[in-house]
Design a protein around this ligand. Structure first.
Ligand code: SIN
Ligand code: FE
Length: 310
């Protein structure tokens, strides 16, 4: 089953037996790591109607560099928004900051085995209708893919995303396929796993001067073999007609106000339609995972027989 409804969630503080709370949190982590989508009918934290109304009125910059409006929690920066006034910019930033904080506090309790180890990445607001969106092929969201970030290599860490569909009337419609540990054995070699991850003298030399390259602003200088492959695999899947057209797909409709958590590097996904979603991303390092064997890095390492982290 690709998604699992969490209908009776109780926060750890409400358990009388702390061991039972820990076991429950571990099971949620396990389900996510195995490629499940954990779905709630409504966000498990406050999201006010006035904040939702404000977001529904916001626009995104038409500049193609911005696929979404992004918020960077560490620097409190909002990018890609077109706001009418300074007050609107501050309010927008405040709403993103609140979502980011609430999602983080929730993840730290709901997925308590990750607390203290998870890394906070960006949040985003997605106000554009996804159906028939005009984007270059490898940037399209309506083709099934696994996520990988060109500017933020994870070195084997996993990409956990926490979404809310804030659209008051329309579902956000996804398509998924079997998870990474099922599709990688079928496609990774064809996607040049060996060539991309093989150590060459040029790659060794580049790794040696990576700290220097980073200082002078060369992006991706610290990309591990894992990150190189995942970036390529993201594009490979979008360009693979057989996978796009013939591989069995599951359709998932996320109703207005629903909330879901998913490892988007593990669960191949496409968004077919919907607008107005808000999302926070976390990177979960290998050491934090409860079942690292199904993580993409371990799956790929066993397929190619070499270590893929830096
Ligand atoms: C994606 O990560 O491909 C898009 C998911 C979404 O915006 O619903
Ligand atoms: Fe994606």
């Amino acid at each position: 089953m690709p998604w699992i409804e969490v209908s009776e969630y109780q926060s750890p503080g409400r358990w009388t037996d702390p061991k039972a709370a820990d076991a429950q949190a571990k099971e949620y982590c396990q389900r996510l790591e195995a490629g499940g989508i954990l779905y709630f009918r409504q966000p498990p934290f406050e999201f006010s109607e006035s904040d939702r109304q404000f977001l529904l009125g916001q626009r995104q910059s038409g500049f193609k560099g911005h696929k979404n409006i992004s918020y960077r929690p560490k620097t409190d920066e909002l990018r890609g928004a077109v706001a009418e006034s300074d007050e609107d910019v501050s309010r927008f930033r405040q709403i993103m900051r609140d979502y980011s904080k609430n999602a983080t506090a929730f993840v730290d309790t709901f997925l308590s085995p990750y607390a203290g180890k998870r890394l906070l990445d960006f949040a985003s607001f997605r106000p554009i209708e996804e159906q028939n969106r005009d984007l270059p092929l490898t940037r399209r969201n309506d083709l099934c893919h696994v996520d990988a970030f060109p500017t933020r290599p994870t070195n084997g860490g996993r990409i956990l995303r926490v979404f809310t569909n804030i659209n008051p009337a329309e579902n956000r419609v996804w398509q998924t396929t079997d998870p990474f540990d099922v599709i990688a054995p079928k496609y990774a070699q064809d996607a040049s796993l060996d060539e991309i991850t093989k150590p060459t003298s040029l790659r060794r030399a580049a790794a040696g001067i990576a700290p220097l390259l980073r200082i002078v602003g060369v992006k991706g200088a610290n990309r591990s073999p894992y990150d190189r492959f995942m970036l390529h695999f993201h594009d490979y899947l979008k360009m693979n007609n057989d996978y796009q057209q013939n591989y069995p797909k599951h359709r998932i409709e996320f109703p207005p106000n629903s909330f879901w958590l998913v490892y988007t590097d593990t669960v191949p996904h496409a968004v077919l339609s919907g607008k107005f979603a808000i999302e926070q991303t976390f990177i979960i390092p290998s050491q934090a995972m409860v079942a690292p064997a199904t993580s993409p890095i371990r799956v790929l390492e066993s397929l190619c027989g070499r270590t893929l982290s830096n």
